[in-house]
Design a binder for this molecule. Structure first.
Ligand code: SF4
Length: 370
């Protein structure tokens, strides 16, 4: 049965042929495309989730220099992996990657099982990642669906609903599977994503240069700009937070977040949200005592960092404080270390916390402010 009235078997064959021919000519020379090593493909696919290609390239190269083989990643300490992931965000991906590397070594002899069910059973291995790795590495006939291919499919079939959920989501997976060729499946999947990235862009798709324009229903109907339906944006929420650089002589206090939740196992300067109608300074004084147990004298403001996490726009005001004694105890943080600022680069921290850490090692900051 055809996929839609306009898509019979001959159209599908033509579409595959055109797309693959275009990919051979236009594909970008990306470092993870140099061979079909499943390990390299997997690392790249995980890094590329929620992240642009240009951002990923230096991270990918650095990661592969540190862990050239699956066994190297499996042997590494989690803190080392998180440190190399620093700046990419969504740190859960790095922890899952590490756990999966260990399980592949322990349970599968250090090889990627050429079986979607077995691979899908490992941490972080969703349907997209399994399809991407197995189709590219072993030419398994498995579909992929991510933002780029989703947009292309919606336009090719003039699907006007919300592609992120519900019946259309399921239909897009069915379409992605039905369109797959018998061979060169990995190339076909990459071609679909590449077309979405280079030609079928979210705004102003370049239909005049598109290799599948003749088969595109959105193009025929002039609906490229309306398809896919835009996602409903969540309202932006302003969040106020205070952080404290607690000093003891030449050292500063770094604390480790719990093993679950946001930024799990990363390190940071103690920080937290303000209570309603609380001012930053009062919050800093309260938070440092609550979160570390130390008796402190609060000093001046160091800097303000503005950053976003999903739909939250966070203003983080950072203070210095001096410890007057006490011992570390915290209901939130797992452990604490006293460090000189030059030791801070060894510890994995979130991007805003790295900005704070770097500010401490800038020349004028090394002289204490009070
Ligand atoms: Fe996208 Fe235009 Fe190509 Fe259709 S013709 S797939 S809208 S670039």
């Amino acid at each position: 049965m055809p996929l839609s009235p306009e898509f019979d078997a001959a159209v599908c064959r033509s579409l595959r042929r055109r797309l693959l021919a275009w990919f051979v000519r236009q594909r970008r020379d990306l470092p993870w495309r140099h061979n079909r090593d499943p390990y390299r493909i997997w690392i790249s696919e995980v890094m590329l989730q929620q992240t642009q290609v240009a951002t990923v390239i230096p991270f990918f190269e650095r990661f592969l220099r540190a862990f050239p083989k699956l066994a190297d990643l499996a042997r590494a300490e989690e803190q080392e992996v998180l440190r190399l992931w620093e700046g990419l965000g969504y740190y859960r991906r790095a922890r899952d990657l590490h756990q999966t590397a260990r399980r592949l070594v322990a349970e599968h002899g250090g090889r990627f099982p050429d079986d979607p069910d077995m691979l899908g059973d490992l941490p972080g291995m969703g349907r997209y990642t399994v399809g991407a790795v197995l189709s590219q590495a072993f030419d398994r006939r498995l579909p992929i669906l991510e933002a780029n291919s989703q947009r292309v499919l919606c336009r090719l079939f003039a699907e006007r609903g919300d592609p992120r959920r519900g019946p259309l989501r399921r239909r897009l997976w069915t379409l992605a599977e039905a369109l797959l060729p018998v061979r060169r499946v990995g190339e076909f999947n990459q071609a679909l994503m590449e077309l979405g990235s280079l030609v079928c862009a979210p705004a102003q798709p370049r239909c005049s240069t598109c290799p599948v324009a003749a088969h595109c229903q959105a193009n025929r109907l002039g609906l490229q700009e309306e398809i896919p339906a835009p996602s409903t944006r969540r309202a932006v929420v302003a969040v106020r937070e205070a952080a404290v650089v607690l000093r003891r002589g030449e050292q500063v206090l770094l604390v480790q977040r719990p093993a679950e939740g946001r930024w799990a196992n990363l390190w940071e300067f103690p920080h937290g949200p303000l209570e309603e109608s609380e001012v930053y300074e009062a919050a800093a004084r309260r938070l440092v005592r609550q979160l570390t147990g130390f008796d402190v004298v609060l000093g001046g403001e160091l800097l303000t960092i503005r950053h976003s996490v999903t739909h939250h726009r966070i203003t983080l005001v950072c203070f210095e404080a001096r410890s007057r004694g006490g011992t570390f105890h915290s209901a939130f943080y797992g452990q604490a270390v006293w460090l000189t600022p030059v030791e801070l680069p060894r510890y994995p921290v979130s991007a805003p916390q790295r900005r704070l850490a770097e500010a401490l090692t800038e020349g004028p900051r090394q002289r204490q402010l009070f």
